[in-house]
Design a protein around this ligand. Sequence first.
Ligand code: ACO
Length: 435
Amino acid sequence: MDAKTGTDGKTGTLKIGNKNYELPQYEGTVGPDVVDISRLYDEAGLFTYDPGFTSTASCESKITFIDGDEGILLYRGYPIEQLAEHGDFLETCYLLLYGELPTVAEKLDFDRTVTRHTMIHEQMARFYQGFRRDAHPMAVMVGCVGALSSFYHDSADIGDPRQRMIASFRLIAKMPTIAAMAYKYTIGQPFMYPKNDLAYASNFLRMCFGVPCEDYEVNPVLARAMDRIFILHADHEQNASTSTVRLAGSSAANPFACIAAGIACLWGPAHGGANEAALKMLVEIGKPERIPEYVRRAKDKNDPFRLMGFGHRVYRNYDPRAKIMQTTCHKVLAETGAKDDLFEVALELERIALHDEYFIEKQLYPNIDFYSGITLKAMGFPTTMFTVLFALARTVGWIAQWKEMIEDPSQKIGRPRQLYTGATYRDYIPIDRRM
Ligand code: ACO
């Protein structure tokens, strides 16, 4: 079987056996073209097979672009470095949702609208009491975000563009409140209501670390770091959790249920849980003198150990988010005065790995998780909250991708096929005649 591009660049010829199939080929604005195989079953009686979807474009999208070879990440065309340097998270939310950066008036209006939705229904606060005190906050998030659908029936009308937008505002606005409450519940402190004169990240920090008996003073360095971490995690094209949200939404499920599905997927250690693993590894290494031992282990085929926070399915270059995260980490450590032994270990480990033949040859570079764990720990978050923060920030990406899918006229319910290798047809055997 071989595939080749048609001469005009618009069709591809797929040769299977001695038959040729002309398949439409589509050009993106940037990045590889795709071959449309949707008619292949009708024409050739064949399915394609691509475990992990490593070569499959599941949709057309205008939101986020990654060039993994060059280490480039663009939201609506804007490089992540510029957005993180000059913008704020709500501006990024606006950009992801609407496709353009807001004007001053649009930004004011958007901020005000999101702010007006920060409270959750008072009855929802009682849900928390039903969880065990030691429940993982991601378990609480999956439950509570899904439960939003029982309060906002209007937002379940996904055929109405206005309701889709209201659902988007609600989700972006309520996630910090729900996440902070999940944290407060696990440490036995009273919930803090949102304070709407604070900016998005500051409000979240206050809901997490403030208490009703004292005024909470926002630290601008930490608030900026939090905001930046949200920007860095806001979207990452068709990753596992985003694809989960799209798949759930393709059946016309309500947006809260779809985002709860995304949170469930993100929870896994191979996805959102990697920063916790990277932090654990740095703690275990403990001091720079021990790094060579761990690098040796990472290279040993017979040792399952991997350098956590290194390597990425898409980036075969330095993850652009990791660079910004490294700078943010440095600023947070300088501000908090947190002992920065782990940062020293991380910098030295990065230096050694980037000069090591094994990592160079396999194109393994630090990913965003390498520095985010140290940063969040220094800011005061327990490791169980790391993935919750990721979910909070990624909600805008999920919802933008969900909206794009609903608004795409070619959208169909997601229904992959399979290569079946189980038993063939056989007759039922009554239980008394089974061997
Ligand atoms: N340390 C040591 N060796 C590694 C590492 C690593 N971190 N990552 C990959 N390799 C090696 C593999 O052993 C493999 O070697 P081989 O070709 O000799 O068999 C080769 O590099 C390719 O690795 P794959 O696992 O095939 O690459 P894949 O793209 O499937 O995996 C992944 C990417 C899962 C991220 C992997 O690099 C990894 O496990 N990294 C550590 C975990 C981590 O940091 N995950 C966070 C990802 S970022 C995010 O989710 C936000």
